[in-house]
Design a protein around this ligand. Structure first.
Ligand SMILES: *Cc1c(COP(=O)(O)O)cnc(C)c1O
Length: 452
């Protein structure tokens, strides 16, 4: 199919923290002004001293924590069980603890529940004495999405359990303002969609430009974004067809990754108190990932892949009072009218099903057509090679090779190919005839075919 795609991106000025933007502008310099974010310029994040970048990250996290404490201090903004719970939350949430964020629509395919599959393991992670972890959740479910609302209810329940108070938080009233604070302030962004249902997961793109590392299923944008050493992933392939088993496996892998990889990297401090290995991953995340997921890059892709081509095509087809458009339409009418009279007169080919075919040897294929009143150049003939077709499975075409026009006598035209197979294997081969015109942008735009 000629349908292509553009990976989306997020609007840098909207989602970047102002202070971080200033820091980037100071070090990235040329190529990082106005609304053009020259991708190579992002590599200069490596010139920022670790301490400066780390302090900036900690400043943003502190701002988020302060905001959360303010929210939980105001009974008008949150529903709590008791004043005691309020104090436990305000004192429990800490800026020096590894903070993992999860905020999005609570559509069930996003599996917000996954983290709560094994509460004992989760408790061990958040209550770890040397390497504690805290989780901040936010999000809304659609008014008609009861299962989505039940997920939120479950998170609020878990967050109120004694072992989780002040360590797992659910923030109400998720909106762009809260989203901005979260994608700028947490250390790690978690996304756990059911494969392959995630269209993109743009909140992760907002995070990486702020130096927040992403931990996600390889689905949506992360399939393209993930780079080893600059974030974490759960593999793309499903291990189990049964979703229940898959959930259980993914949950175990999430716990293991947090305990064995994320927390150790975050808490590995050098003598100056800075986690240099972590900061180095943050830099790679900004330089090699974030740079590719801005709206700016997205628009350039739209231009290069589609809009500019379309503009040129429009220009060509409308010029001179739609001259080309009229020619194509007339040609299509002529070919459609003649197509039933086009006949395959003779086919010469190796009896592939009877004889062995050898790699490196040359075999001749010949198709003789009666092209009725069409011109020889109106017709193309090609050989289609597919992996051996097994009943019920989709056809896997590996190559198509065009035949050359070799002889014309009146309306009888011969097309020839001398073909030398270069790979071993079991293949199915067929010859087909199609209308051909250099002004058709895609073969599918005029879908007539005859199999020889
Ligand atoms: C970015 C954003 C989203 C979309 O996030 P996904 O990760 O794509 O699900 C939803 N809501 C708000 C408020 C956002 O800022």
């Amino acid at each position: 199919l000629h349908i292509g795609y553009v990976t989306n991106g997020v609007h840098f000025p909207t989602w970047i923290a102002t202070s971080l933007r200033r820091l980037y502008a100071r070090y990235f310099g040329d190529g990082f002004e106005g609304h053009t974010y020259n991708i190579p310029a992002w590599q200069k994040v490596h010139n920022i001293p670790d301490e400066e970048l780390w302090n900036e990250r900690m400043y943003l996290k502190n701002r988020l924590i302060k905001h959360i404490r303010r929210r939980f201090s105001d009974p008008a903004q949150v529903r709590l069980d008791s004043p005691r719970q309020m104090i436990q939350i305000i004192e429990g949430i800490k800026p020096d603890v590894l903070t993992i964020g999860f905020a999005r629509r609570f559509a069930t395919y996003k599996r917000a529940y996954l983290l709560f599959t094994n509460l004992d393991r989760l408790s061990a992670i958040v209550n770890n004495k040397e390497r504690p972890v805290q989780f901040i959740f936010a999000g809304k479910a659609h008014p008609n999405d009861k299962p989505g609302q039940d997920l939120i209810k479950r998170i609020v329940e878990v967050a109120a359990m004694p072992q989780f108070v002040g360590k797992i938080l659910f923030l109400q009233n998720y909106d762009m303002e809260l989203a901005r604070r979260m994608v700028q302030g947490v250390d790690v962004w978690l996304n756990t969609p059911t494969r392959p249902l995630e269209a993109s997961g743009t909140s992760g793109e907002k995070c990486v430009m702020n130096g927040v590392m992403q931990f996600s299923v390889l689905d949506g944008w992360w399939v393209e974004g993930y780079k080893e050493g600059a974030g974490w992933m759960l593999p793309m392939e499903r291990t189990f067809a049964d979703q229940h088993y898959q959930d259980e496996l993914d949950a175990e892998m999430i716990y293991n990754t947090i305990e064995e990889q994320i927390a150790p990297l975050y808490y590995q401090r050098e003598q100056d108190g800075i986690p240099h290995a972590w900061v180095s991953s943050v830099k790679r995340c900004v330089a090699d990932i974030a740079s590719n997921f801005t709206t700016n890059r997205m628009l350039i892709d739209y231009e290069d892949r589609f809009y500019n081509k379309l503009a040129a095509r429009k220009q060509a087809i409308t010029e001179g009072g739609y001259k080309l458009a009229r020619e194509i339409a007339a040609w299509k009418r002529k070919v459609s009218a003649a197509w039933d009279q086009v006949r395959v007169v003779d086919v010469q080919r190796v009896k592939i099903d009877k004889e062995a075919v050898f790699v490196g040897e040359t075999y001749r294929f010949e198709v003789k057509l009666d092209i009725a009143n069409l011109r020889p150049e109106d017709i193309g003939v090609e050989m289609v090679i597919a992996k051996q077709i097994v009943g019920g499975q989709s056809v896997n075409v590996t190559r198509t090779v065009g035949l050359e026009r070799s002889k014309a006598e009146g309306s009888l035209v011969t097309y020839t190919l001398d073909y030398t197979p270069s790979e071993t294997g079991t293949y199915d081969v067929a010859l087909r005839v199609f209308p051909q015109n250099e002004h058709l942008p895609h073969r599918m735009d005029f879908a007539l075919v005859k199999w020889a």
